[in-house]
Design a protein around this ligand. Structure first.
Ligand SMILES: *Cc1c(COP(=O)(O)O)cnc(C)c1O
Length: 400
């Protein structure tokens, strides 16, 4: 007999998995909208959405229908042949962004790898250096770990691949001084997600654009977490008055099916020719069909306007909470429905405990960058669900 309580499933997992994760003691069995249900029937209000992945919530009917339909038609052929789902996805991505060329991958790290390789081959060999920012997160492969500006992700895996350096967050003067004849690109998240919901301001990002123009560098925006409607526009760059040369996407692109994308313009894309880069699964028909269905829902009239309105509402409620618990919380920050409650020094000590108490009370949030509680609800979240989360968080902060 296979066990089926949370603890039984957890115990079986611990016998067979390599220990890369520390998990909460729940085995999830079902999801609908903003709710998850575990193996023992306990419900959770999900304010993480699989780490900004299920933008349309769990098992959105349009996405489920697209997956089921495509799974009955064709699941995989590799990129030796064309398929319509991936073509339609690339058409949608280019029609609604600065880009006119797309490469499809299976994850965020792979989309960033594609961007890094494109920047290097575009740089022609002599120019290979990529400058990213401290506090950033770009993935777990060796090159993306090297690009990531947090030592804890690199520790033990040295030596890092060459050609990556990190400029201090928000400081243009230092970054300018780091640019050399070998530099080919600047890589940054318009708002750092894993780093603790840290937005970069418009002036800084516009300054980056100006530096890239002056030194003929590529500006790469990692919108893996901020893209796909999360900030209240389809892509965060639209609100910031800065257009990148390359943009990477993943997370919410397939509403839960693994898919990533690297977008750019024709002239830059031309540096990649047949055989220079590729992926067996990238642009898989089922994942692409899920992404097409996801994009169509997000592009429907009023959807993103609602995300902005609900984002403002969540932000205000978090500000109220911060004012009520000033010893624990310093304030709220974020854009749209990626919001953080920045903790004080005393609050940071309790960050892990707050998340655990929220979990026990049936609400999923996390603690990002050891500085902020992070809220990433499905974009379809209701105001009532925001109120419920705030109510639970008020109780938990009251306990501390
Ligand atoms: C999650 C994330 C990645 C990595 O994506 P994976 O799909 O886990 O490889 C890269 N960059 C940012 C900004 C992310 O949030």
């Amino acid at each position: 007999m296979m066990g089926n309580t949370n603890n039984e499933i957890a115990a079986r997992s611990d016998q067979v998995f390599i220990g890369t994760y520390s998990r909460y003691p729940a085995a999830m069995v079902k999801g609908a909208g903003c709710r998850l249900t575990d193996a023992e029937g306990k419900e959770y209000l999900d304010f993480l959405a699989g780490i900004a992945v299920c933008g349309l919530g769990h098992c959105h009917p349009a996405v489920t229908a697209a997956i089921c339909h495509q799974a009955g038609e064709l699941v995989h052929v590799s990129n030796l042949y064309y398929t319509e789902p991936q073509t339609e996805l690339a058409e949608l991505l280019t029609a609604h962004s600065f880009a006119d060329r797309v490469f499809l991958a299976n994850s965020g790290a792979e989309a960033n790898e594609a961007a890094i390789k494109l920047a290097r081959i575009w740089g022609g060999g002599e120019r290979y250096g990529i400058i990213s920012l401290t506090g950033s997160f770009h993935g777990r492969t060796l090159a993306t770990v090297a690009a990531t500006g947090q030592a804890k992700f690199q520790k033990g895996f040295e030596p890092m691949p060459e050609g990556f350096s990190h400029a201090p967050f928000g400081n243009l003067v230092v970054l300018d001084a780091m640019i050399t004849d070998q530099t080919c690109a600047i890589l940054c998240e318009p708002l750092q997600g894993e780093g603790g919901v840290r937005p970069l301001d418009r002036e800084y990002l516009q300054g980056l654009r100006a530096l890239c123009d002056k030194h003929e560098l590529l500006l790469i925006f990692d919108e893996i977490q901020t893209g796909m409607g999360r900030t209240g526009t389809l892509f965060a760059y639209e609100q910031l008055g800065v257009v990148p040369d390359i943009m990477t996407l993943a997370k919410a692109l397939g509403n839960g099916l693994p898919i990533g994308a690297m977008l750019t313009r024709k002239g830059i894309a031309a540096a990649f020719t047949p055989g220079t880069h590729g992926s067996t699964f990238g642009g898989n028909p089922v994942a692409s069909a899920a992404a097409v269905a996801t994009m169509k829902v997000m592009l429907a009239d009023g959807f993103l306007t609602e995300v902005r309105a609900k984002g403002n509402y969540l932000h205000e409620q978090l500000q109220v909470l911060a004012a009520r618990f000033p010893t624990l919380a310093a304030g709220a920050r974020g854009l749209g429905l990626i919001q953080g409650l920045v903790l004080t020094e005393a609050g940071v000590e309790k960050g892990g405990l707050i998340v655990t108490r929220m979990f026990e009370k049936g609400c999923l949030i996390n603690f990002a960058g050891n500085v902020a509680l992070r809220f990433l609800p499905p974009l379809i979240v209701s105001r009532e669900e925001i109120d419920q989360m705030i109510q639970l968080l008020t109780e938990v902060l009251g306990e501390m």
